[in-house]
Design a protein around this ligand. Structure first.
Ligand code: ADP
Ligand code: MG
Length: 353
């Protein structure tokens, strides 16, 4: 969705590649002392002193990962930064710099890219991240955005997916399922709009869900919170594909099993009511919905008292010996095998490893 579509439309060719890069990146003055050289040379130069450097990259393709019919470009820019920052936080690190590469067709005017970059700029400012470079090229069809994020952590603080032990508690930040249900609401509105372009949607009751879909916030606060609580997770991952898929990643990488308790899964009341409205099981949504960008981690039992009662964190299960398997314990107290079945890839029986 290109918001100021009524106003001027400047063709990309009017600026040329270098003019466009200068125009889009003019606000990206570095904020961090670790950024020695940002945009404007053949490469950026960073100095992390005695920290470990974390690197992660994500590619977003129009029609595959986003639909511009209901995704405003500013939100898309914001979300593209969040998706990457979330991966840095999942290593228990601090996100510091990003590079942004775009492939764009001339169906996009300069103003559309300005909106995309205003979202990137907003996220970079709020999350204290420097934009240090990128690449710009043309595309014959849609829009492609690739962001690479860099981050830092002390070597003793880095948390991998592989360190969970039997009896560790399984903990999740925030609540789950809202982003997926936000997408369902938006998809429904898109169909309504197609049938009747004059329909005035009343989306007030869905605000939280739509925000979680269009403007997710990565959990920048969790690594410092854990430090403050003096808890080092034994394993950690961010929730991009749905809780069950991420739990399975922790188990496989750590060679453990898990008991995940359905009744403990944190759900916002808005998710519960919209699931009733759509006649979908809210547990299924939390397990398979995805795009929550919460952090999922394990802690040793000794750390229980340190996180108990923290409003940001919920204990949802515990790890077991590998040979006990991976299970969901339902509200009815039956034990069913946990399978990864992302809603976006329902055709796949079980996620390949
Ligand atoms: P090169 O020819 O070496 O690839 P470019 O002309 O593509 O150089 O880029 C010039 C500078 O602008 C570099 O610092 C590059 O990282 C930065 N840059 C290019 N495209 C973008 C973009 N879309 N967003 C942010 N920075 C960019
Ligand atoms: Mg280039």
């Amino acid at each position: 969705m290109f918001e100021n579509s009524q106003e001027t439309k400047t063709n990309l060719s009017e600026l040329g590649e270098f003019g466009l890069i200068d125009h889009l990146t003019k606000n990206f003055a570095p904020k961090l002392t670790s950024t020695k050289k940002a945009i404007g040379d053949d490469a950026a130069i960073l100095d992390f002193e005695d920290n470990q450097c974390i690197v992660t990259t994500d590619l977003l393709v129009e029609g595959v990962h986003f639909d511009l019919a209901y995704m405003p470009l500013k939100h898309l820019g914001y979300k593209a930064v969040m998706v990457n920052a979330s991966d840095v936080y999942a290593m228990n690190g601090k996100a510091t710099q990003i590079t942004v590469s775009i492939a764009v067709s001339n169906r996009f005017p300069v103003e559309a890219l300005e909106e995309l970059y205003s979202g990137i700029e907003l996220a970079a400012n709020i999350y204290n991240i420097d934009v240090i470079g990128g690449d710009t090229t043309s595309s014959t069809s849609g829009l492609v955005i690739s962001i690479t994020a860099l981050g830092i952590a002390k070597s003793e603080d880095v948390v991998y997916r592989s360190g969970a032990k039997p009896n560790d508690f399984l903990v999740v930040s925030g609540d789950l399922g809202a982003a997926y249900m936000g997408l369902q609401v938006l998809e429904r509105e898109k169909q309504v709009f197609k049938a009747n372009p004059n329909a005035q949607p009343d989306l007030d009751q869905y605000t939280y869900l739509i925000e979680r879909q269009l403007k997710p916030e990565a959990r920048k606060d969790i690594p410092p919170l854990l430090k403050e609580l003096d808890v080092k997770p034994t394993s950690m991952i961010d929730i991009s594909d749905g809780l069950s898929s991420e739990v399975i990643h922790l188990c496989k990488n750590s060679k453990t099993g898990v008991n995940l308790f359905e009744e403990k899964i944190p759900l916002d009341p808005a998710v519960i009511s919209v699931c009733e409205e759509f006649k979908i099981d809210s547990t299924t949504i939390a397990l398979s919905g995805g795009e929550d960008y919460e952090l999922l981690f394990t802690i040793s039992q000794e750390d229980y008292d340190k996180i108990k009662g923290n409003p940001n964190l919920t204990i949802i299960g515990h790890m077991t010996e590998e040979n006990e398997g991976m299970h969901l314990i339902t509200r009815a107290n039956t034990k069913i095998p946990l399978i990864a079945r992302g809603w976006n890839s329902m055709e796949k029986e079980e996620e390949e490893d």
